[in-house]
Structures are given as structure tokens and as C-alpha cells.
Write a protein that binds this ligand. Structure first.
Ligand code: HEM
Length: 434
């Protein structure tokens, strides 16, 4: 994704430079003064902010927030959609585009009349800092059932999320007409963006459910391999995730390509699978280490696979060789990683890009910690991706310690290509042409 020159002029050269920097460098660049990039001379006098100037461009062939670096704070919000006509839906998409443009770019929100409500919630101060915010808009299967003439345009694999045998799905935490994923350096930047969108779309969207999560940033160390953050079961999570910087790979496994089975309007989009998965951490913490490692298929301290050398040199990046362990002597056949990805010729078609966050919601009525994994993954083919992988995982030993309670399937709309474009524009154009 490249930053269009017009926006570079609005923001100043510094932003273009920051946009080209990797996430860890961006995080460190966060100390820039509030006035340095975000919107002209007035900004220079703005109060200091704890939020960063890190900017992730929101325009491009694909929406940001999927292959762009994962910052510390994430949130999925799911909505009911109230549009009764294509015109309404277009107005919703145009409003979302305008708000996403502002929120991800940052700038001032002047309050011109004290008799009116303030322009924004103010929780980021009078100047909104971009803070690496990405806002990713996806639509649920129910949008295509609505009486809007969209039924024939539904992405081929999009359907309501089914329940798997270990699920205890709470209807209040499932599905939705539209999902919005917010990712930023700080949780309050996500909350600020959510409140802004709720305020500006109040006649067209009603919030259904939301789940927030966090993930620690582990800075790169020169000469050292990258390290994945740990989930709330204490294991590194992300070690074998496909490389999101590998564009040909992402084109194959994440993005809908033109000329395939999907409707033309969906080109450049992706399927989003969301699962809110509770972890029974008290039970896990009473489970022997060896059993935990056999359940996951990885060594807990390093994250290395079970067949890696035991001399302490192996990292999480060691690639397991299941052909040399057909009986599962080293890596149990029913371990999480071996079921999720058996690493054979056929399972190459089931690769998914994971982008999870850890969540902690307080205490259950029975006095247990209410925490787990906000699992989010993206794939070009929902059936070959999440659905097939989850079916392979059904019945895994890990199920004794986890309980999926919510989530949904959505289709992430193609990107916004330039200043004249708006999110969902290809879908609306296809519906009008039909
Ligand atoms: C609370 C639930 C879950 C936990 C605690 C968990 C944890 C882990 C851990 C620790 C790894 C190894 C490190 C890595 O490669 O990232 C892993 C790998 C993986 N997980 Fe999960 N996971 C969970 C749910 C899921 C779900 C729902 C799916 C998809 C349906 C999934 C798919 C995968 C895949 C594809 C891999 C990579 C396997 C490989 O290529 O070697 N996981 N998971």
C-alpha cells in the first residue's frame, strides 16, 4: 500500500517516512511531538499526547489491518445494520470511509459551539493522534439476506458461523451484519475510534457485541531471531504464522484473486473468521508441564517444536519434520500444531493468516478468571481455511482447557484505492448493475 501524494502533502513529509518504517521502528518513533506531523500549525500548540504519530495508510488495494503489522491493542465490534435501501448502505459505507480516513490519519477536532456536543469524545485530547490505528470493515452473511438486492452477490463461502462440538456459543456474542476490527498501539485509541463511528452512524448501525484484546510487543534484537508474543496459556503464539510480508504468499492464501469462483466485486477482499475462545487457565496452571507441551506440540520456554535439538539452541522458528516422526513419538499426532497443520501436500491449501489478541474480561460468576484468546484469522477461501483447520482440531486434547463462546464469519471488503473511492463501492456498484 502506498501513501497517495495528496495525503502526503496534507500530513507533511514526516508521515510518509514513518509509514515506510516497520512496526517496531514505528513504535519507537512514537515520541514525536504532537505537532510534528498531524495537521498543520495549530497542531504544534496542542497539549502533549501519550499516543503516537505512527501511521498506517488506510488506502490500498486491500484494507489495512490484515497483513499490516499487528500492534498491541485489538478489538472486534459487531453490528446490526439498519439500512433499508442501497442508498442507505452507500451512505453508511461513505460515512465509514470518511471517519476511517480521519481517525487513522489523525488531526484536530475543533469545538466551535459550546452549546453543541463536542466534535469527538475527547478521550485522546483535542488532537487525534493516528497511533498506528487500522480500521477494517467486513460484512456478514446476514447482510446478503437483507432485502437490499444483494442475495446473488454473497461471497461463495460466506455463511453464518456453525457450532463445533466443543463450542458453547452465546448468541449475544455471535455473528452480525457488519464487523469492524480496530487495531492500534493503545486500547483507548480503539475505543475512541469505536465511539466516533457509533456517533456518526447512529441511524444505520447498532452495536451487537464487542471483544477487546492485547498482545505485548517484543522489540527486535539485532542478530537475534524474532520472538512471538505469548498467549494466556503461556505459549508463544504466531511462530508458524505465514509471513505477512511475503506478497505472493499473501496473494495466494489471504486475498481473493480476480477470475476465480468469487463474484468480481470481492477481488482484493478476504474472509475473516473470529472466535472468542475462553481459556480455563486455573485448570491449565494445575496441568503438568510435559502434558501442556504434548497438547500444544511445542516446548513451552522456547516455543521450539518437540523434534527440535534439545541442546538449547532451537528456537520457535525450527520447522518440524513430521515425516521423520510418523508415529508421533516426538510430536503427538493429536497435538494442536500437528492437527492444525499436518504439513503435507494437501494441508498447504489450508494455510491461514492468524492475527489473535489475548483478552481478559474479569471474573466469572463461579469465581474463575474470564480470559482467553480473541482468535482472528484471514483467508482467501473460508472453507479451505478456517473451517477445514477447525474441523481437524475438533476433539483435540486442548479442548479440555478451552471453550469457544462467540465470534462470527465475515467478508472483509476490498480496499479503498484513492481519495475518490469508498469502502464497499464495488459491492454497491455490482448491486446497482444487477
Ligand atoms: C485458545 C485457543 C488456541 C490456542 C491457545 C492456540 C495456541 C497455539 C499455539 C501456542 C500455536 C503454536 C505457535 C504458532 O505457530 O503460532 C498454535 C499454532 C497454530 N494454531 Fe492455534 N491456538 C488456538 C486456537 C486455534 C484455532 C481456533 C485455530 C484455527 C482453527 C488455530 C490454528 C493454528 C494454526 C494453523 C497453527 C500453526 C500450526 C503450524 O503451522 O505449525 N489455533 N496455536
Amino acid at each position: 500500500m502506498s501513501l497517495p501524494s495528496s495525503r502526503r502533502q496534507v500530513l507533511g513529509g514526516g508521515i510518509g517516512l514513518l509509514a515506510a518504517m516497520p512496526a517496531t521502528a514505528l513504535a519507537r518513533a512514537g515520541g514525536a511531538s504532537a505537532g510534528s506531523q498531524a495537521g498543520g500549525s495549530q497542531v504544534a500548540d496542542a497539549p502533549r499526547s501519550t499516543h503516537t504519530q505512527d501511521l498506517v495508510p488506510f488506502q490500498g488495494v486491500h484494507q489495512a489491518g490484515i497483513t499490516t503489522p499487528r500492534p498491541s491493542a485489538g478489538m472486534i465490534a459487531s453490528f446490526y445494520m439498519l439500512a433499508e435501501s442501497l442508498d442507505d448502505l452507500e451512505r453508511l459505507f461513505r460515512t465509514l470511509t470518511e471517519r476511517i480516513g480521519f481517525l487513522t490519519r489523525g488531526g484536530q477536532q475543533p469545538d466551535i459551539d459550546p452549546l453543541l456536543p463536542p466534535a469527538g469524545s475527547g478521550i485522546l485530547g483535542p488532537v487525534v493522534q493516528p497511533d498506528a490505528l487500522t480500521i477494517t470493515v467486513s460484512v456478514g452473511a446476514s447482510l446478503f439476506n437483507a432485502d437490499l438486492g444483494l442475495a446473488d452477490l454473497r461471497p461463495r463461502h460466506l455463511r453464518q458461523m456453525q457450532a463445533h462440538p466443543n463450542d458453547a456459543l452465546d448468541a449475544a456474542l455471535c455473528h452480525g451484519d457488519l464487523s469492524i476490527q480496530f487495531c492500534a498501539n493503545t486500547p483507548d485509541t480503539n475505543i475512541h475510534a469505536l465511539r466516533d463511528i457509533i456517533k456518526n452512524t447512529s441511524d444505520l448501525l447498532v452495536l451487537h457485541w464487542k471483544q477487546e484484546g492485547t498482545v505485548p510487543q517484543i522489540p527486535s534484537m539485532p542478530g537475534q531471531p524474532e520472538e512471538s508474543a505469548r498467549n494466556f496459556l503461556g505459549f508463544r503464539d504466531g511462530s508458524a504464522n505465514p509471513n505477512s510480508n511475503d506478497t505472493p504468499l499473501m496473494d495466494r492464501i489471504v486475498w481473493v484473486a480476480p477470475g476465480g469462483v468469487e463474484p468480481g466485486w470481492a477481488t482484493g477482499g478476504s474472509y475473516q473468521a473470529v472466535r472468542i475462545i475462553r481459556n480455563f487457565v486455573e485448570r491449565w496452571d494445575r496441568t503438568p508441564l510435559g502434558e501442556q507441551e504434548a497438547i500444544m506440540g511445542r516446548v513451552k520456554p522456547s516455543g521450539a517444536p518437540m523434534d527440535a535439538p534439545v541442546d538449547g539452541s532451537a528456537t520457535e522458528h525450527h520447522v518440524p519434520d513430521y515425516d521423520r516422526d510418523p508415529q508421533g513419538t516426538k510430536t503427538p499426532l493429536d497435538s494442536h500444531i500437528r492437527l492444525a497443520n499436518p504439513r503435507n501436500a494437501a494441508s498447504d491449501a489450508n494455510l491461514i493468516l492468524r492475527r489473535p489478541f489475548n483478552y481478559s474480561n474479569g471474573v466469572t460468576k463461579s469465581g474463575q478468571l474470564e480470559m482467553g484468546l480473541l482468535f482472528i484469522c484471514y483467508q482467501a477461501d473460508l472453507e479451505a481455511g478456517f473451517i477445514t483447520v477447525q474441523k481437524r482440531l475438533d476433539g483435540e486434547p486442548l479442548e479440555e482447557y478451552i471453550k469457544p463462546i462467540g465470534g462470527g464469519f465475515f467478508f472483509t471488503l476490498p480496499g479503498i484505492r484513492d481519495d475518490a473511492d469508498w469502502i464497499g463501492h464495488t459491492l454497491i456498484a455490482a448491486a446497482r448493475a444487477a
